[in-house]
Structures are given as C-alpha cells and as structure tokens.
Design a protein around this ligand. Sequence first.
Ligand code: NBG
Length: 797
Amino acid sequence: MHIMNDLSAESLRLSITQHLTYTLGKDKPHASTYDWRMAVSYAVRDLIIEPWFAATRKTYAEQGKRVYYLSMEFLIGRLLADAMVNLNILDTVQEVLDGEGISLAEVIEDEPDAALGNGGLGRLAACFLESMSTLACPAYGYGIRYEHGLFRQKFEGGRQVELPEDWLNQPHPWEFERPEARYTIPFKGHVETVDGATVWHPSETVYARAYDIPVVGWQGNWANTLRLWGAHSTELFDLERFNSGDHAAAAAPEELARTLSRVLYPEDTTESGKELRLKQEFFLTSAALQDILRRFLTEYDDLELLPQKVAIQMNDTHPALAGPELIRLLVDVYGVEWSAAKHIAQGCLNYTNHTLLPEALETWSTWLMGRVLPRHMQIIEQIDHEHLKATGTPPTLAIVKDDQVHMGTLAFVMASHVNGVSALHTQLMKQTVFADLNRLYPNRILNQTNGVTPRRWLRLSNPSLSRVLTDTIGAGWENDLDRLADLGAHEGDRAVRDAIGAAKRDNKVALSNWAADQLGISLDPDAMFDVQVKRMHEYKRQLLNVFETIARWDAIRANPNANWTPRVKIFGGKAAPGYVVAKEIIHLINDIANTINNDPVTGDLLKVVYPANYNVSMAQRLIPAADLSEQISTAGKEASGTGNMKFTMNGALTIGTLDGANVEIREHVGAENFFLFGMTAAEAQERSQMADHARTAILASQPLQDVLQMIVEGRFSPNDTGRYNGLVDLTWNHDPFLVASDFDSYLASQSAVDSAYSNTDHWNTLALRNIAGSGFFSSDRTIKSYMAEIWHTQSLA
Ligand code: NBG
C-alpha cells in the first residue's frame, strides 16, 4: 500500500489552507468555491510530484524504453476527482472540507471539463495515459493545448447551437508551463540543394512551448507526463509599432501564431481540408519529435539505438507526418544517411487506425502539402518511390496519387505495426481498406481491442457499485479487473443480486434528482433507464432509436392499460457543426421529447430526455445510472466503441449489433446476457448493394410506415409540418445506414428487453453477469498487450 494512506487529515488541511492563503491569496471568509477548488487541486497536485519525479529518475536510471503517444486529442475531462481516487485520499479530503463547511461535491463540480477531444479517439488516449501510469510504463502523451476545447452545446428551440468553450479562462492548476522547453516549428518557404545537402528555408515559424500535466496511476505509485504544446510567436513584440500607435499590428504576430493552438477541430470523422488543420498536425508532430530526439540524445549518442529506446504511437493518421518529420530531422539536422534514417524511423513508429469510414481517411492535396511543408513533400515522394519499387506495387497503391497524399498509406508504410481497435475492425481492415497493403506487408496489421480505465469509469463514477464489488469479491479489483469474474460465484446469492440492484437504483435516484434540478423533468427511478450517448452520427443510428421510441409511444397510446414496462429514453451527444443530417436528428429528438413528455396518456410509461452538452463528466453521471446501453450502429461501421465497455462494467445490459467491440463484449458476458439484433457486417454490406433496400424494408414493416407517417404529418412539429421531410425522404430513398432494414429486428429485441426488465431479480442476475464478464475491457489489458506486441517495453514497477 502506498504512503498516501498515511496522509493525515491534519497535514492535508494545512496544505489546502496554505495554498488558499499563499497561492490564491484568499482569506477563508472570502474564499469562493473556485478558490477552494484551486487550493485543493494544488494540495493534491503536490502529492503527485514525488511519484512523478521518482518515475522519471527510475526511467533514466534503468535506461528504460519510453512510449510516446502522439494524439491530436486527449479528452481528459476533470482531473481533481480522478487524482484523489488514484491517490486514495477522497475520504481524507472530504473530512477536511467537511471541517471547513465546504462541499466536496461542489468543489469537484467547479472544475471545467478539459474537452481536448471529440469522442472515442480522444477519450481512449486519456484512458491509455492513465493505464500506462498504473502499469509503470514510462510514457509521454503529446498533444495540443487548445485554448478552446470542443464547443459547448446548447439547444434553442430544439436545435443545436454551438458556443465557444473556454476552459483556459481560468488558470489551469494541473499544468506546469515550461518556457524553457520550446521548439521552433517551420512552415512554407523553399528548399534548395547546397553541396549535395538539402536545405529548407522556411518562410514562417512559430514556437511550440511545453505545458506538462502529470498523470498519476492507481495508488499513486507512478506518474507519467501529458505534454501539451501551445503556439507562440517567434517574433518579439514590436514596441516601435506599438509606440507609433499601431497597437493591433504590434500584437499581430503573437495573435497569428496562437491561432495554431486556438481551437480543436470539431469534426470527429471527416477532416476539415483547411491549411490550419494541416499546420496543427505538423505543429504537434514536429514539436514531439524534436523533444523525443533531444531527450534521447541526453542519454545516448548513437541514433541507431533509437528504435530500442523509443516507441512512437500515431493515434490515427493525424500525426502521420511523424514518418517524414523524423527522417527530415535525422537527415537534415543530424546528418544521418537517408536509408539509415528511414530504417530508424520505421523501427520507432506504429499506427493505430480508428475508422474505416471512407470520408474519414485523411488526404491532403499535393499542392497544399508542397506549399506548407515543401521539404516533407519531397521526403514523402521519396518514401513513395521506394515503397513502389521495393514491392513492385502498382501505382494504385501509391502514397501520392491523383494529386493527393494518402495519410493512411503513408502511416502504414512507415510503421512497424499497424493496429485496429477491435477484432472485427481489424479483420475488416485486412479485408477492405488495407487489403492490398496487408498483402504487401503481411503481419504488419494486428489487433488491439480497446479498453477503458476502471478507475475513472467504475471506482470514481460508481461508488455504490464499487462498494458492493469490494464487499463481495474483496479489494484490489481496480487494477486487476479480471477479478470481476469472481462475481460469478455469487450469482446464486440473492443478497448480492439485490445489492447490485440497489446500487443501480441509488445511481438512478441521483440522476433523477439531477434531471429534476437541471432539466425540470421528473423521472421515475423505477422505470428502465435506456441510454444512448455518443457523437451524433448517421452510422451510430440514433435515428433507429428515435423511430423505436415513436413506435413505442404509438403502441402505448393505442393500448395504455397493457402491461408496459416504463422507460426513460436518454440521449446525449454533439453533432459536428456542419453536419446537417445529424443536426436534424438532434432537432427531432428534442421535438419528440416535447410531444411525448407532455402526453398525459403515456405519462410515466415513456419519457425522453436529452440533456445538452454531453461530455466526460456527464458520461460519468449517466453511465452508472443506465439499465440499458444502446450500441446499435450498422454492423461494420463502428470500429470499436468504448462507451459500450463502460456501460457493461457498470452493470447495464446491451442492446446491440454485431459491430466493433460489441462482438467481444457479447462473447465475454455470454450471448444469453446480451440483446442482439440486426444484420451482420457481411449481410449489411450485401444489403446496401441491393437497389431499393429501404423501400422494400419499409413496405414490409407496418410499424415503421406508421412512424414515418407520423413524422411527415408533423405530429412532432405541428408548427412546421414539413420540418422532417428531408429526413423521411432520406429514409425511404437512401437509408445509407440501413435503419429500415434493421428496424423490425430491433423492435423485437426491445420487447425482449421489456420482458426481461419486468423481472427485477432476473435482470439483476443479467447485470451481475455483465459486470463479471467485463474484466477484459480494462485499458490495463489493452496497454499490456501494446507493451508486449507493439512497443516491446517493460514495466518499471
Ligand atoms: C473512433 C471510433 C470508435 C472507437 C474510437 C477509439 C474516430 C476516428 N474513431 O469506434 O469511431 O472506439 O475511435 O478507437 O474517432
């Protein structure tokens, strides 16, 4: 057990009040919740410093191999409560604050969510960082310190409105600014050859300045660093201009430079084709690589050793310039010969693919690439030339074709290992998008099924269930999640089943209170809480859920006295600002909520809630209170899903397709404890080839026809009856994600869910089996597997 257990309330009280006085400069009677939150954060952060330094010292002492996780997104959320849980000091802090008459819950809630990501890809990176610390795997996360994280979502008349997010409006107590750790990032200009060597004369430069956030693992034994880069001007403030009265122009260079780290792109699958995005990607990649080489050279002088000491993970293709940039630094700056440099780069680099959706496969025009990064364009062409020559590859598999640079191909060619994020996704990678590259480079693709950290997603967000688990199977499951399987032995114990049910009910009561307070809606905690939370996207098929909700409403109205299982349908998620169809679906959900929630006939039998601005903190509130988890994407489209894993761990049952990690969840919890419906990936692929698949399916389904009819008639938009004509038309005539084809199967599965829920003890048994089977989905398992199969690194525990 770690020293933190010996931390006395008295010494913590002293530390917190000292920070209040000396760091915040506040006298207790005048201290606000913000002041207390900052003081507590600094006091908790102090406790991480020791393990953080120790981890660095140990890594140097043992000459450990380091992992560098390059990601444009780290969706870390709030950090205070997570750190307290990992340090095991939550109770002590509570005691101190109680003594001061301060509410710990309010202090925790005061922290803004660090929303430096869009969805699964960014949250995965955050879970991975925490697991790497828990496992004492020496690692750095490298990302961008966006001044504005993902937009805040608001609903106006049911429509999504985007507001800027400004988490850095306040000082960020978890970061250490490192003015000395600064690199010059070059852009544009021209390239020339001088004495056989290539010289790039960039015409623009910015500084990347490091901001470090310590990430502490379970029990505070190890902390790694999340290093985020902020952009700053390389030009000094122009005092002469300022004095001459041109104030704006004097400040312009800094303003311009800062745009690079100003905003996170809110697209979660398609990339904006803007120059700024390309520059952001290069900014992150170049700063990270310069930092990696600098650190390496403080310990070693032979660059050939780099692959033995450094593993670089490219999180999707966003940092895929790492290949050309590492070659550039090695050749142009350190004088390494080309083929050695390329070999070294390939030995260090690995690439994770996170989606097969064609619109998400990044490409950049050669014109843009050549203009923004002229030296890299040359290097990419050389890599491509050698790739085609060595493999005898037809030009169709080139990195550069049709005047586009294909970043997936570039990442693939430059990586030692390429991985998918669930068994099915990896298999589809091999069969579809990367089939040819897989033939050329067999064994390069491997699978690493995603995972999530049980510290944040179970222990922190679900204390009621955590207590039941510890009481039943003993302590220590948090970093040994396979131990949840021990629950299986208690399945026959009514008291355990009841305790699991009671923990769920506690969470549902808490959520109902929150909904009453925040949304002014009263929910019945005994109704089934049916939750779909994720980015709004057609392939995730929120529309399928909406159609089922309408069908249910209609059926209840037709026969209100039948034995209905009361349900609360909960939705959450943001749409990319330019994604029109996804925004229409949001509007429709809000419209049906309005109609259904005010219908006295259906009353508490059906409610629809859609709290705005779904984020990590809201996920921590909703997931523990869910009975049913909606994972209903068109088979073959969701690479993995990670929300699905969080729900399972928290004892929700899944209604889902055979897609992404659902497949493995079902295997681990047992097919009889999972509500399966819909076509398989192969069937879906085939069906989508069929002309008129949508019309055929709709004509075969009376309930679906009724649903579409109600929508077109304007039942949910009486003042604007044509509002959803487009959406209905899309469903009849295109339905690219096969909502209609899977509708009847989904409806049948939902009614099986109703019957299962009507027997509470039976439902609790199913929940127990889901929890017991969820151990595999700890990100500790995932990281151990990356360490063994991709990074070839050792834990320094
Ligand atoms: C997302 C997938 C999810 C997956 C996460 C993490 C992107 C590009 N992909 O299914 O859609 O769980 O990545 O791997 O955000």
